[in-house]
Design a protein. Structure first.
Length: 746
């Protein structure tokens, strides 16, 4: 130690100085220019692991042979320059107790001169720093580990000197800001990357807060060196000096862009969910399943309960208070069930603050909160008041209609789209004496249908269910006295907007009396017909006889009278024939006697026959085909068809005296048309003229006598020949009737 202050008297004494030197905590030795050791204190000896006797007078290099070359040069240099030599953390291999170990020293070599300026000694002061070095290395390793840990968790570290503004940061921080890892970026530059608004609104505020709390934390946006927008998260701590001044801030920084994007996406989907919810008018809520407290209400939730989401706040327990007392039990049961199944569902009435009652439907699902322990319900509520009212009015009207159906004497039934009959009115039960279940159980109704009609009944019903065609069937039903009566059953499908059958609505009307009367009527017609035919045939025979006998007579009156009688008798014969036909047709007994014949011949002959008795009109015939046309049919019946059309044409064109007949072939069919230029028909009339007993009603009805059965028979005859009849007509312009027959292919 060199000091300018004079040593105290006692200290200069040799032994005191020696004692002090001996016990110094660092090694001290002196060796001469031949490197022979002249003095070594205890610490120095300990460092070397030698005793005093082993060392004194020995060459210093004996104890560190590996470093002899180094040291010779160093010492020579010291001697030359006369300047001390410092060596921090000098590594030395030491041999102690037979073991070589690596040790570190801080040492100083000092040249010592005598008063005459002659070199005397090298004084060495040695401090072993092996422990210090190993601590230092450990710290370094710890730091490295921390660096690796922070980098692998994508966390950068920084250390900011608040006084100088100097920042030390890990390489990863440079990377986050878009720089090379090896760049050290200044604090000012780092700050310049923060988005302006976030710097003022977030970062600076966070710093002000940190000055009070010591904790520095924020999330903000930066635009990195590559112009890439990123989100960063910083978490740091301020260190204060004793006088309370902030001196240093240390922290970590993370790039949280990915998380933020996820968050934003989540927010977006939340937003979308809310929009969807708004559209469905569903209110949303979460509910703690233990306390039943609700939270996270959506505005719609509040609206349903009669609150204004803009100005009011809903407390977590308020929902329960609105539940109508009659529905509390139902709600409790639903909650119990939810605990087992995880699904919460109930409908209830709520009473709003103004006393108004509403129906709500609540649906929820039991979920586990992310922390695991608490379970909560995420749910929706819907205002179903309107729906409930609607349901009630439907129920009421259904009740009304059921009552009406039950009050009706007619049998009414309802079928499902698949044909199962699921409803029968009271009249059905009264008539059959059976109970309701017997009817609705699998096809139970068929039991009351007469066995003769059962198969056809089922077949036709299945056909209609398949084709959606209306059902129309006459069958006998057994009553409670085991007697059968005839019923006409009709059913119509109720079709929904997609064209599917929603329900079948059917009725069965008792037509037994009508059937009996019709049979009586037919029997009567048959009988009357027979009774009429005989005298008419006789009259006709006599008239023809008379005509033959008096054919050449000059008596004009007689001739005319005979002709008139014959005409009228012919008409009468035709009418009687029609009446007979109709009763035969109804009982399905109109016989057909088919054979092949020429239609050209038939048309020509019929026209000739008509001309003979009806001279009032001119009948033109045009054959629009190059060869003969043959058909396989009942000639008399086809004659009857043409006759009918021709007499109608004459009858319904009293002022226009022309009738055109054409015969042609079209798509494998022979077609005959009869055209008149008379009174014609409008569209409405056209639809009905082929119905039985239909006659166009009008002022002129009196003028045109008839039964209204001619065309009905004509249509039936043609259909039984696989032929067709159709008509074009215009009021006051005339009518053109067509009929077709398949050409004879044999
Ligand atoms: P009707 O015995 O009354 O003539 P039809 O069955 O032959 O019975 O004809 C039914 C109805 O069709 C007639 O009452 C008439 O109104 C109408 N009709 C038939 N043919 C013609 C025609 N050529 N011109 C106008 N109306 C016609």
């Amino acid at each position: 130690m060199k000091t300018d202050a004079p040593l105290p008297a006692f200290a200069v004494q040799q032994n005191v100085l020696e004692n002090v030197l001996w016990e110094l905590p660092f090694g001290f030795s002196l060796h001469n220019s031949d490197h022979l050791i002249e003095y070594a204190n205890e610490t120095w000896l300990n460092i070397l692991g030698r005793s005093h006797a082993e060392v004194i007078g020995k060459n210093i290099f004996d104890f560190m042979p590996d470093n002899a070359r180094d040291f010779t040069a160093i010492l020579a240099n010291i001697k030359r320059t006369k300047k001390p030599f410092y060596s921090p953390e000098y590594r030395l291999k030491r041999n102690r107790n037979g073991q070589t170990e690596e040790v570190f020293f801080n040492f100083v070599y000092h040249p010592i001169y005598d008063d005459a300026g002659e070199f005397k000694f090298f004084a060495s002061v040695v401090l072993e720093v092996t422990d210090l070095i190993s601590i230092k290395n450990k710290i370094k390793a710890d730091e490295e580990r921390l660096r690796l840990a922070t980098e692998s968790s994508h966390t950068a570290t920084w250390d900011l000197n608040l006084k100088t503004g100097e920042i030390i940061h890990s390489p990863y921080l440079s990377k986050i800001f878009g720089y090379e890892k090896t760049d050290q970026v200044t604090h000012a530059i780092l700050r310049s990357h923060i988005v302006e608004r976030d710097r003022t609104d977030i970062v600076e505020r966070a710093f002000d807060k940190a000055l009070k709390t010591g904790i520095y934390q924020y999330e903000a946006r930066i635009v990195d060196k590559e112009q890439c927008e990123k989100w960063i998260y910083t978490n740091g701590k301020i260190f204060f000096e004793e006088d309370g001044m902030p001196s240093r801030m240390v922290g970590v920084l993370q790039d949280i862009t990915d998380r933020k994007i996820q968050e934003m996406l989540l927010q977006e989907s939340h937003h979308q969910l809310n929009t969807a919810m708004d559209a469905t008018k569903l209110g949303r809520f979460d509910m703690n399943f233990e306390t039943l407290e609700k939270y996270n209400f959506s505005p719609r939730f509040m609206e349903i309960l009669g609150y204004d989401p803009k100005t009011e706040i809903l407390s977590s327990k308020v929902f329960e208070k609105h539940i109508h007392p009659n529905f509390r039990e139902r709600r409790a049961e639903a909650l119990q069930k939810a605990a087992k199944t995880g699904d919460l569902y109930y409908q209830a009435k709520v009473i709003l603050r103004d006393g108004q009652e509403k129906w709500i439907e609540l649906y929820g699902r039991l979920l586990q909160s992310p922390e695991g322990a608490k379970s909560y319900i995420s749910g929706t509520i819907r205002d179903i008041t309107e729906y409930k009212n609607y349901e009630r009015s439907i129920k009421e009207s259904e009740k009304k209609y059921r009552f009406l159906a039950d009050a009706m004497p007619q049998i009414v039934w309802i079928g499902e789209s698949d044909g199962r009959l699921t409803y029968f009115n009271q009249a059905t039960l009264d008539y059959s004496g059976k109970n309701y279940n017997e009817f609705v159980s699998a096809n139970g109704w068929i039991d009351i249908v007469h066995p003769d009609e059962q198969i056809e009944n089922v077949r036709l019903w299945e056909h209609c269910v398949r084709t959606k065609e209306p059902f129309n069937f006459e069958h006998r039903f057994r009553n409670k006295n085991n007697e059968y009566r005839w019923f006409l059953s009709r059913a119509f499908p109720e079709i929904d907007e997609n064209g599917n059958v929603r329900k079948w609505v059917g009725t069965s009307t008792d037509i037994d009396d009508m059937k009996k009367q019709e049979k009586q009527k037919n029997d009567f017609i048959k009988m009357a017909n027979h009774e009429l035919k005989t005298p008419v045939t006789t009259i006709k025979g006599y008239v023809q006889l008379l005509k033959k006998m008096r054919g050449q007579s000059d008596d004009k009156f007689l001739t005319n009278s005979l002709n008139t009688i014959e005409n009228q008798v012919n008409k009468l014969t035709m009418l009687i024939g029609d009446l007979l036909d109709i009763s035969r047709m109804e009982s399905g007994k109109l016989p057909l006697n088919k054979k092949t014949f020429s239609l050209v011949g038939l048309v020509t002959e019929t026209i000739e026959d008509i001309k003979a008795s009806e001279q009032s009109h001119q009948i033109n015939f045009e054959l629009k085909h190059t060869s003969d046309i043959e058909v396989y049919a009942d000639k008399d019946r086809i004659t009857q068809v043409l006759n009918n059309l021709l007499t109608n044409a004459i009858k319904y064109s009293p002022l226009k005296k022309r009738v055109d007949v054409e015969l042609f072939v079209e798509r494998g069919n022979a077609v005959v048309s009869v055209e008149d230029f008379g009174i014609g028909m409008d569209e409405c009339e056209l639809l009905k003229i082929f119905e039985r007993f239909y006659r166009v009603s009008g002022e002129d009805e009196e003028t045109y006598p008839g039964f209204g059965i001619g065309l009905f028979i004509v249509k039936d005859i043609l259909e039984r020949h696989e032929g067709k009849i159709w008509v074009k007509s215009e009021k006051e312009k005339g009518s053109k009737f067509y009929f077709s027959l398949p050409l004879n292919k044999i």
